[in-house]
Design a protein around this ligand. Structure first.
Ligand SMILES: [Zn+2]
Length: 302
């Protein structure tokens, strides 16, 4: 039972929107790729967990704090007896394990060994639970989720689950679900209530409204070469057609996330769309999809 599912993080959403609308330096580009890759890996692992025939409690992507130390958990599964903690890695390609230095590297780069990070998370989670009087054994594993991942010289004594082992590993959880009482539901609820925002760790480039590229992007190919015909927004690049109300709402949501402090008005959205949608249509869509605040000329929507 998925209690908290994995969604695209706000940082990833903001970076994806900005990437379309401004030039990215190498730093933000690699941040965007890392977040996207991580998201895909964790979503894939969650899809495997979802197929399990049991009612264990699963929480994805938790951001927690204990004694002002922050830590992030990719996936937590709570049974009546234990807590299973998973660090999900979406590395792709051939990697080598160096037992002397306890390092993982590919031909082109070295990656941070995920195990120390996971052990740290386990310790902090245990401390956090103890402060709330919860004492449950925690079992932790690193899951290499990408089917294209190979680790040469892989150590047998580490809690690593490789792509070819995931299904076999998860099968064990299909077995003893009958007696599951969910007596630890309060643990899931506690973790959920302690989940906080990770926004102070975001890496977002500085941006201003005036500097961003304006227009409605195609939802399929992200091209700005779109035009409005009747009630449709048509992509000149790939031919995709989307109802104008949906395309514009998508565009407004993008604006809302990027400029959360700013007010949504017909004029602002008109500029944001590069004027390809008439003010009349914008007004109609704002009226039907958002709540109007105020009645005068300074009215806005939220
Ligand atoms: Zn397109």
């Amino acid at each position: 039972m998925i209690v908290k599912s994995r969604k695209k993080s706000l940082e990833l959403q903001i970076l994806s929107y900005l990437y379309n609308r401004m030039e990215f330096s190498e730093k933000y580009l690699s941040r965007l790729h890392a977040l996207q890759k991580g998201y895909e890996g964790e979503a894939l692992f969650e899809s495997y967990i979802e197929q399990l025939q049991n009612n264990y409690l699963v929480l994805s992507d938790l951001f927690l704090q204990v004694n002002s130390t922050s830590f992030q958990l990719d996936c937590v599964m709570i049974t009546d007896e234990k807590i299973f903690l998973y660090e999900v890695k979406n590395y792709e390609g051939d990697y080598f394990y160096d037992p002397k230095q306890d390092r993982i590297s590919s031909k082109s780069k070295e990656i941070t060994n995920p195990l120390p990070q996971l052990i740290r998370a386990e310790t902090l989670l245990r401390q956090l639970l103890q402060t709330h009087g919860i004492r449950l054994p925690i079992v932790y594993n690193v899951v290499f989720v990408n089917p294209e991942f190979t680790l040469y010289n892989a150590p047998k004594d580490k809690p690593f689950i490789f792509p070819t082992q995931i299904q076999r590993y998860l099968k064990q959880f299909n077995n003893y679900s009958i007696n599951q009482l969910n007596k630890n539901r309060f643990v899931a609820e506690k973790l959920l209530s302690l989940h906080t925002s990770d926004s102070k760790f975001w890496e977002i480039p500085p941006y201003e409204f005036d500097d961003l590229k304006k227009g409605i992007t195609c939802e399929v190919c992200f091209s700005f070469r779109t035009s409005v015909k009747g009630y449709s927004c048509i992509c000149i690049e790939c031919g995709h057609s989307e109802a104008i109300s949906i395309a514009l709402t998508r565009c407004v949501e993008e604006f809302k996330l990027l400029f959360s402090e700013d007010k949504i008005t017909t004029n602002v959205i008109f500029d944001w769309c590069q004027g390809i949608v008439s003010r009349k249509t914008i007004l109609r869509i704002l009226e039907s999809n958002y709540t109007k605040v105020g009645k005068t000329r300074s009215a806005y929507y939220k």
